[in-house]
Design a protein around this ligand. Structure first.
Ligand code: KG4
Ligand code: ZN
Length: 336
């Protein structure tokens, strides 16, 4: 079965063709990063306009590279939530038009479920149930993947997402947007022991995260040093930020796995590209005798192959949408 996936929830316009939920036939991503860099973050209005300009060409290219036409596709999957509303609306309306013109079924996909599905594209043998840590620019969740289409969120961030924390700390150090990858690079030659950063815990749920205190302490440290004319070693600071975020994510995930009896753990989301996070969770899983899965680096960031993959499983479960499908900016995984 061939699924055409379409993704436009943030600053990547993407389209992909995936066979039987596991095999990527084509995957085209048009990124807007260079344009948003000037503003230090994504400008929603600009993102929507660029999606509008690019989505047809990106989709045409995905079909061409797969050497198929719309006629050969079995269903059209699209990200409808969560994300920037104007950006999502472009993809949703485009997919609705394609579905109407071709008479193919329309399949709505939750963006986070899509990130989780990157592991199915990387590991053909992986099947639910398992526990998944999803860390991206907008989300940090520990999720029970009960089946391909049923999820239970057991831990979440109370404030900033892990990716947002990486990006804001990077900005304070003068790295361009999106800064996570620059922290990753700088950390490779840094010493994580020079700066002791806070490891905040939150009351109420031991699997929840909080990253705003860490972010604020890094911003204050950089600004106070600037005012006093003290030059900080940003490689060391980047290494501290990365190891602190990695420890926080790993600690809560392993705790949740032990408490809930999971022996299989997966990682997903843009932050899953981070060298420190990948190593920390991988080592902790090995130490505890858990199986560990993480997406190949090329699938960590936003893409449409993950939407086509999750779309396949949604379609098999009978999850389709009619012409009234709308985009939703905020939607819990449990409400899909
Ligand atoms: O999943 P994603 O592409 O978009 C959202 O759905 O939010 O995640 C983007 C986030 C950004 O915060 C970006 O800085 C972060 O993932 N990221 C990284 C790395 N690569 C991307 N963070 C740390 N290290 C990286 N190597
Ligand atoms: Zn994402």
């Amino acid at each position: 079965m061939l699924i055409l996936g379409i993704e436009s929830s943030c600053d990547e316009t993407a389209a992909s063709v995936v066979r039987d939920g596991r095999e990527i036939i084509s995957s085209v991503i048009s990124t807007q990063i260079e344009e948003h860099k000037k503003y230090g973050g994504v400008v929603p209005e600009i993102a929507s306009r660029r999606h509008c300009e690019n989505i047809l060409a990106v989709t045409r290219q995905a079909l061409d590279e797969a050497e198929i036409t719309l006629d050969d596709v079995d269903a059209i999957a699209v990200t409808y939530a969560p994300g920037l509303i104007g950006a999502l609306l472009v993809g949703v309306n485009f997919a609705k038009g394609l579905a109407m013109a071709s008479g193919k079924p329309l399949v709505p996909v939750h963006h986070i479920a899509g990130h989780i599905a990157t592991n199915y594209l990387t590991f053909p043998e992986l099947e639910p149930p398992y526990l998944c840590l999803v860390a991206s620019g907008g989300h940090s969740h520990i999720i029970e993947v009960l089946s391909y289409t049923k999820f239970r969120v057991v831990g979440r961030t109370r404030d900033d997402a892990a990716g947002e924390c990486f990006d804001k700390c990077a900005r304070a150090m003068g790295f361009p947007y999106p800064g996570g990858v620059h922290i990753d690079k700088a950390a490779q030659t840094g010493d994580p022991t020079e700066f002791k950063l806070p490891h905040p815990t939150v009351a109420g749920n031991e699997f929840d995260f909080s990253f705003s205190g860490l972010k604020t302490s890094v911003i204050n440290l950089v600004h106070n040093s600037e005012q006093k004319g003290i030059e900080l070693n940003f490689n060391n600071l980047a290494a501290s930020v990365q190891s602190t975020i990695s420890e926080l994510l790993t600690d809560r995930t392993i705790k949740a796995a032990k408490a809930l009896g999971y022996k299989r753990i997966a990682l997903a989301g843009g932050v899953s590209a981070n060298t420190g996070v990948r190593a920390a969770l991988s080592e902790a899983c090995e130490k505890n005798g858990f199986e560990f899965y993480m997406p190949s680096k090329s699938l960590c960031g936003d893409n449409a192959a993950m939407i086509a993959c999750q779309g396949y499983y949604n379609f098999l479960s009978g999850i389709t949408a009619d012409e009234s499908l709308n985009a939703v900016a905020t939607l819990s995984m449990e409400d899909i």
